[in-house]
Design a protein around this ligand. Structure first.
Ligand code: DGL
Length: 269
């Protein structure tokens, strides 16, 4: 048995492309149908009910594209909308928060774990809850870094201003001797090199994208829904704002030029 329908994946913007790139690497035969809600990014400074309703719109769009599984490649949307999507849609849904937390617990010796994320993700306390479920002894300190998503969306990755800002944010961990730091936003792997340099060699930095790809693979193979070869493979990208801007900045997240980008309006789709 196999299923050559695409894997659906969405984020508020470009960040989910870091997860899409990991899926493409680890599941090279699968087709991907990506939605970036670029007209409404960032989600991370919106209230819980707004994030939940945007999350619903994105999943509905992907379900209408007949995807075989939906990856919520956004921590903010996973923190507030995952349970709702699982209860509402008739498609399996995989989020990013659990995968990142699990990898952090496996990686950490001291179980003193740091998280950086959007303001909404930090306020949700989802990471602390899941880390505690996975290991009662774990400790979690989460810091909101609200300016990083706009910088990533602008492609300002190697800018000195970005490094200065990261230094300022990470300074909040100076009184917290963590050995593991979770990048709790799918935009942040773009800054991984600088973050790794700033936190120093005693702190392991966790990008959850490969762990998410593993959990998608496990889900599909368990249900015998993997695609057997790449003969019919097609990646499609949908955005709610400018396709040109998405192509320009997104290349950096996806790792190669982006093609097949279509503008959509989620209100009427
Ligand atoms: N990539 C999203 C996340 O992981 C960014 C959130 C936002 O749009 O602020 O949370």
């Amino acid at each position: 048995m196999f299923d050559d329908r695409p894997i659906g994946i969405f984020d508020s913007g470009l960040g989910g492309l870091t997860v899409a790139a990991a899926l493409n690497r680890q599941l090279p035969d699968e087709s991907l149908c990506y939605l970036g809600d670029t007209a409404r990014v960032p989600y991370g400074n919106k209230s819980a009910h707004v994030v939940k309703s945007y999350t619903h719109h994105c999943a509905r769009f992907l379900q209408n594209k007949d995807v075989k599984l939906i990856v919520v490649a956004c921590n903010t949307a996973s923190a507030y909308g995952l349970e709702h999507l699982r209860q509402t849609f008739n498609v399996p849904v995989v989020g990013v928060v659990h995968a990142g937390a699990e990898l952090a617990i496996q990686t950490s010796s001291t179980k003193k774990i740091g998280v950086i994320g959007t303001r909404a993700t930090v306020q949700s306390q989802r990471y602390a809850e899941i880390l505690r479920e996975l290991d009662q002894t774990s400790q979690c300190k989460a810091i909101a870094c609200p300016l990083l998503v706009p910088l990533a969306e602008e492609g300002m990755v190697d800018h000195p201003m970005t490094e200065a800002l990261l230094r300022e944010y990470l300074n909040d961990f100076s009184d917290y001797p963590m050995d593991t730091l979770i990048l709790g936003c799918t935009h942040y792997p773009l800054f991984e090199k600088t973050i790794t340099k700033l936190v120093g060699k005693d702190v392991q930095v966790i990008n959850s994208a490969p762990a998410v790809a593993q959990s998608v693979m496990a889900n599909l193979s368990e249900r015998h829904l993997m695609c057997p070869d790449k003969s019919g493979q097609k990646h499609e990208f949908y955005v709610t704002d400018s396709a040109e801007e998405f192509a320009r900045v997104g290349e950096r997240f996806w790792g190669q030029p982006l093609e097949n980008i279509t503008h959509v309006d989620l209100q009427i789709s």
